[in-house]
Design a protein around this ligand. Structure first.
Ligand SMILES: Nc1ncnc2c1ncn2[C@@H]1O[C@H](COP(=O)(O)OP(=O)(O)OP(=O)(O)O)[C@@H](O)[C@H]1O
Ligand SMILES: [Mg+2]
Length: 242
């Protein structure tokens, strides 16, 4: 479980989150909703340990350990995964090599590192499962891929790493209706009783594919309301102000 208590966060002395209390329990799906600029990405980046987001007050723990003092690298070793709102492109690093590196750096106890040959075989299976051309593995990381293809690459990473806490920041951005459906369906298959999804989205159709256990609405850096799936319908009809 990730437990966030009385969290207050600032960026360059500007306070952007306050009084945040949330428990993200294992096996559940959370939707973080709110207007543009309400603080959703800031909360995601704070959980992941972006150095710009300074915790001024409060605490964050992961499975009982202090999350706030861990480096982003340590957080990823605790099986925390953030899918970014804007995906960076990295020239000179091949997707296949990148995936093998992150897999071998995040091995769970008792698992052996994969050789380039075995890793390629495993990655080929995963690309088939996701209906991606295998040749993607030989291209530079995210360079020149379409929005939908980049999202599929992220889902490939999730399948490979099997993270326990997955934060998705507007995974729908840049996707056409068909690609949205594909990505949403793939996500519904990423969800297991052993992981936790934290979904930030402006497309409420996502809730048809991945059902929320709890919906949290942020407004001006604070939690304005929380509830179940019925909140999504209410906002869909009357907007956030309702
Ligand atoms: N690095 C930063 N420097 C300055 N201000 C920031 C920074 N990061 C966030 N903010 C400010 O904090 C507020 C919350 O931003 P945030 O990106 O978390 O919103 P959001 O809810 O994710 O919005 P959107 O739905 O548009 O993605 C905004 O006013 C934003 O300008
Ligand atoms: Mg955002």
């Amino acid at each position: 479980m990730i437990q966030v208590q009385n969290l207050r966060v600032s960026v360059e002395w500007k306070e952007i989150l306050r009084n945040i209390d949330i428990a993200f329990e294992t096996g559940k799906t959370y939707y973080l909703l709110g207007q543009n600029g309400s603080g959703k990405s800031s909360l995601a980046l704070t959980l992941m340990g972006h150095p710009k987001y300074q915790i001024q007050e409060g605490s964050m723990t992961i499975d009982g350990e202090n999350l706030a003092t861990m480096t982003p690298d340590e957080r990823s070793h605790r099986w925390l995964f953030l899918s970014l709102q804007n995906i960076p492109e990295v020239r000179g690093v091949r997707l296949g090599e990148y995936l093998r590196t992150i897999y071998n750096r995040n091995l769970s106890a008792g698992t052996k590192a994969l050789s380039p040959f075995l890793c390629r075989r495993y990655l080929t299976t995963l690309t088939k499962e996701l209906s991606m051309p295998e040749s993607f593995l030989d291209r530079d990381l995210n360079v020149g891929f379409s929005g939908g293809e980049k999202r599929k690459i992220e889902i490939l990473q999730m399948k490979l790493l099997n993270p326990r806490y997955i934060i998705l920041d507007e995974i729908e951005s840049g996707l056409d209706v068909d690609a949205f459906r594909t990505v949403a369906e793939l996500l519904s298959r990423v969800k297991t009783p052993d992981n936790t999804l934290i979904i930030i989205t402006h497309n409420f159709r996502m809730t048809e594919f991945v059902k929320p256990n709890e919906v949290i609405i942020l407004k001006n850096g604070e939690i304005a309301e929380r509830g179940g799936g019925e909140l999504v319908e209410k906002i869909g009809v009357g907007g956030f102000e309702s």
